[in-house]
Ligand binder design. Structure first.
Ligand code: NAD
Length: 357
C-alpha cells in the first residue's frame, strides 16, 4: 500500500502509527481534515486480519467523520482511531491508558470517543491519561450513552422528510417499518408512537422483538421480509449495507430514513433510490445526534438541554440537503456530500484570506 499516495488522493492530513509493546498496543490514528476544528471520531477496537485492512478501515472511517461533523454544522473535523486488537480478549486498562498517552501527545488535534469494540469503561481508562476524550459516563461529567440524542435527531429529521413527501410533518398514522430494534430505535420509537405513527418492527433478537411488541408495534418475525412491508418510511436501524441491489427493488416505501451507518452498500444505491423517486435521507446527516451531543462536552460543562436543542437542528440540515438536491438536480446522497464539502471549502477560503500577505 502506497500510504502517501492514498493520503494525497483522499485528502488526508495525518496518520499516526502507535506501538507500545509493553502495553500490547498497536493502533492507527487517522486525522482526515481539521479545517473546521479538532478531529472527532470514535476509537474502534477490531482484530482486522491484516495491517492493511486495519489501516484502510481507520482512514475510511476518519473521512466519513469529516463529512458527518461538517454537515452537522459542528466546528469539528474528522478523525478515527483503530486499535488493532480483539476487544473480547486483548484489551485491558493498561492498553487504554497507553493509548490515552499517545492522544495527549497530539495536543487535542484528535478527540476520541466510543465505537465498535470500545466501551464506557475504556473511555474512563483513556481519560486517566488525556482530557481529549468525550462520551464519558454522566457521573464523571460526560454525556453518557448517545443513543437517546441520536433517536431524537432522527425523529426531527423524519418529520422534515414527511413534510416534503406526504405534505405534513405530523407522523400520525404514518407507517414506518423499522429494521433493528436496539438502543437508537427504542428511543426513536418513543417519539414516533407518542405522535401516533404505526410501527412495524423486525429484529434478529427475540428480546428486542418482545420490547417492540409490548409497545404495540406490529412484529415481523422473519427479519428478511421487512423489505417487502408496504410503508411510508423504511427505517434501517440495524447494520450497514441494507440498501443494496438485492433489496432495493423490494422496498415499498416513499422514504428511507434510519440510524444505521453506511446504509447504502455502494454510492450507486443512492442514485437508484433517487431515480426511483424514493427520498433517501442520508444516514450521516440524520444520525448525527450522537456526535452533536458529544460536542457539548468539549470545552464546556455538558448541558443536556442545550445539546438536545442543537440536535433538533438536524431538521435544518435535512432541509438543506433536500434543497441542494432539488436546486442542483442531484441525489440526496450526493447533496449531503456537497453540503459538507461546501462548508469545508468556504472555511478554507476564509482562512486563506486571513493568511494572505
Ligand atoms: P444496537 O446494537 O443497540 O441495535 C441494533 C439492533 O439491530 C439489535 O437489536 C440487533 O439485534 C438488530 N439487528 C442486527 N442485525 C439485524 C438484522 N439483520 N435484521 C434485523 N435486526 C438486526 O445498536 P444501536 O446503538 O441502536 O445502533 C443501531 C445503528 O445505528 C448502528 O448501525 C449504529 O452504528 C448506528 N448509529 C448509532 C448511534 C448511537 O448513538 N447509538 C449513532 C449513530 C449511528
Amino acid at each position: 500500500m502506497e500510504i502517501v499516495e492514498v493520503m494525497e488522493s483522499g485528502d488526508y492530513e495525518q496518520l499516526v502509527v502507535v506501538v507500545d509493546k509493553d502495553a500490547g498496543l498497536k493502533a492507527f490514528i487517522a486525522i482526515h481534515d481539521t479545517t473546521l476544528g479538532p478531529a472527532l471520531g470514535g476509537c474502534r477496537i477490531w482484530p482486522h486480519p491484516t495491517e492493511e485492512a486495519a489501516l484502510t478501515d481507520a482512514l475510511r472511517l476518519s473521512r466519513a467523520m469529516t463529512y458527518k461533523n461538517a454537515a452537522a454544522g459542528l466546528n469539528l473535523g474528522g478523525g478515527k482511531a483503530l486499535i488493532w486488537a480483539d476487544p473480547r480478549t486483548d484489551k485491558h486498562e493498561g492498553m487504554m491508558r497507553a493509548f490515552g498517552q499517545f492522544l495527549e501527545g497530539l495536543g487535542g488535534r484528535y478527540i476520541t470517543t466510543e465505537d465498535v469494540g470500545s466501551s464506557p469503561e475504556d473511555l474512563v481508562a483513556i481519560s486517566q491519561a488525556t482530557s481529549h476524550v468525550v462520551g464519558l459516563p454522566r457521573n464523571l461529567g460526560g454525556s453518557g450513552d448517545p443513543s437517546n440524542a441520536t433517536g431524537f435527531g432522527i425523529y426531527r429529521g423524519m418529520k422534515v422528510a414527511t413534510r416534503q413527501v406526504l405534505g405534513t410533518d405530523s407522523l400520525k398514522d404514518v407507517s414506518i417499518a423499522i429494521q433493528g430494534f436496539g438502543k437508537v430505535a427504542g428511543y426513536l420509537a418513543d417519539h414516533l408512537l407518542k405522535e401516533g405513527a404505526r410501527l412495524t418492527v423486525t429484529d434478529i433478537n427475540p428480546d428486542a422483538l418482545a420490547r417492540a411488541r409490548a409497545l404495540g408495534c406490529t412484529i415481523v418475525e422473519d427479519p428478511d421480509t421487512i423489505y417487502d412491508v408496504p410503508s411510508d418510511i423504511f427505517a434501517p436501524c440495524a447494520l450497514g449495507g441494507s440498501i443494496n441491489p438485492d433489496t432495493i427493488d423490494r422496498l415499498q416505501c416513499k422514504i428511507v430514513a434510519g440510524s444505521a451507518n453506511n446504509q447504502l452498500l455502494t454510492p450507486e444505491n443512492g442514485e437508484v433510490l433517487w431515480e426511483k423517486g424514493v427520498l433517501y435521507v442520508p444516514d450521516y446527516v440524520l444520525n448525527a445526534g450522537g456526535v452533536i451531543n458529544l460536542s457539548y462536552e468539549i470545552g464546556r460543562p455538558y448541558q443536556e438541554d442545550a445539546a438536545m436543542e442543537r440536535v433538533a437542528g438536524i431538521a435544518d440540515s435535512v432541509e438543506k440537503v433536500m434543497s441542494i438536491s432539488k436546486d442542483e438536480n442531484i441525489s440526496t446522497a450526493n447533496a449531503a456530500n456537497r453540503l459538507a464539502e461546501m462548508r469545508i471549502k468556504s472555511v478554507r477560503r476564509a482562512k486563506g484570506i486571513y493568511l494572505a500577505p
